[in-house]
Design a protein around this ligand. Structure first.
Ligand code: SF4
Length: 103
């Protein structure tokens, strides 16, 4: 690509890139969390790894909202390796969930 072409190319910010992500929410739960187990989890690493902020604290108790999940699965990995294995995570059913637009 020529330097003129590169100059004309629009630089996308992170917000621009995130705005291209689309979701078709699966009404069947694809993430379930045993929140009673979470009460015994001191580190709560799920709060720190999810870029979509699926996991939050309300009145010191873990709550979760799978809408906006980018399907990385890292929450389950940290929960099972550092937390208390409370998360059960699967991909949403076919055609549901996140879709990324490239290009
Ligand atoms: S890491 Fe797992 S067990 Fe700990 S608070 Fe999060 S979901 Fe619950």
């Amino acid at each position: 690509m020529s330097s003129q072409g590169m100059a004309a190319e629009k630089r996308l910010t992170l917000a621009d890139r995130l705005s291209t992500i689309q979701f078709d929410v699966d009404t069947q739960p694809f993430i379930t969390v045993d929140t009673n187990t979470c009460k015994t989890c001191e580190k709560k690493p799920c709060l720190y790894v999810c870029p979509a902020t699926v996991y939050t604290l309300e009145n010191s108790e873990l709550v979760y909202n799978p809408e906006g999940c980018m399907e990385m699965g890292v929450c389950q990995i940290v929960c099972h390796s550092i937390g208390k294995s409370a998360i059960k995570w699967n991909y949403p059913r076919g055609g549901k969930g996140v879709s990324f637009k490239y290009g």
